[in-house]
Ligand binder design. Structure first.
Ligand SMILES: C[S@@+](CC[C@H](N)C(=O)[O-])C[C@H]1O[C@@H](n2cnc3c(N)ncnc32)[C@H](O)[C@@H]1O
Length: 207
């Protein structure tokens, strides 16, 4: 990527940040916000690699993932599902509104459904790619993997194999455990991982 392209990407990402999201990150310092850029760059690059025309994302938050995927595969059709249930005083409704507006303003074809995926039994349609990034508890993630694998041959999972310097409360390890349990139950699935500089990886399940 040339310096010019990178500058364009960064200025676009800054342009679409949700103010409430930035406000929440700010107490953790400017570096906390900067550290998120590699997450979205990874989404952009995976979209460039796989060129999905139909994308499903479980866990939308402010829509920054949708933006990054669309940046990498312009013109894709997007369906996002998010419960937007308030957690820890985070203004989820502001996030929901931001995501909905982002799709419109950026000309991303598609929509966002507000639903708890834990109560969804099946998602209709077929997708070129699914990003699983909703509930990070074991049972939520495992259930989302099952939903995703029924409607796509390509499933990405965020926050896989976190390498914390010191063990935390196993919060993100649940995602890792869910992916591993899913792969054990589906031995034909091929697992690939993409490292994100900093901490996280994205798991790619070739179903
Ligand atoms: C890490 S954020 C998603 C970030 C987004 N994919 C991105 O790339 O910017 C996780 C989201 O999952 C949503 N979520 C958590 N549990 C969920 C559930 N059971 N059903 C649907 N959405 C859920 C939360 O509301 C939150 O917005």
């Amino acid at each position: 990527m040339s310096d010019e392209e990178r500058e364009h990407w960064l200025s676009e990402l800054r342009r679409v940040w949700c103010p409430d999201f930035v406000h929440k990150m700010q107490p953790m310092g400017a570096r906390a916000i900067a550290s998120l850029e590699p997450h979205y760059a990874a989404r952009r690059d995976l979209a460039r690699r796989f060129k999905p025309k139909w994308l499903l994302e479980l866990g939308v938050q402010c829509g920054h993932g949708a933006f990054a995927f669309h940046y990498g595969s312009p013109g894709l059709h997007y369906l996002g599902i998010d419960s937007y249930a308030d957690t820890d005083g985070i203004p989820m409704d502001a996030y929901r509104q931001h995501a909905a507006a982002l799709l419109k303003v950026e000309g991303i074809n598609g929509s966002i459904i507000q639903a708890n995926t834990a109560s969804v039994e099946r998602i209709h349609g077929e997708y070129d790619m699914v990003m699983v990034d909703g509930g990070h508890g074991f049972s939520y993630c495992y259930h989302d993997l099952e939903l995703a694998a029924r409607c796509s041959k390509l499933v990405l999972v965020d926050d896989y194999l976190v390498k914390w310097k010191r063990p935390r409360k196993n919060r993100y390890n649940d995602v890792t455990r869910a992916v591993q349990a899913f792969c054990q139950g589906h031995p034909d699935v091929r697992l690939e991982t993409v490292e994100i500089p900093g901490a996280w990886s994205i798991a790619i399940l070739h179903i």
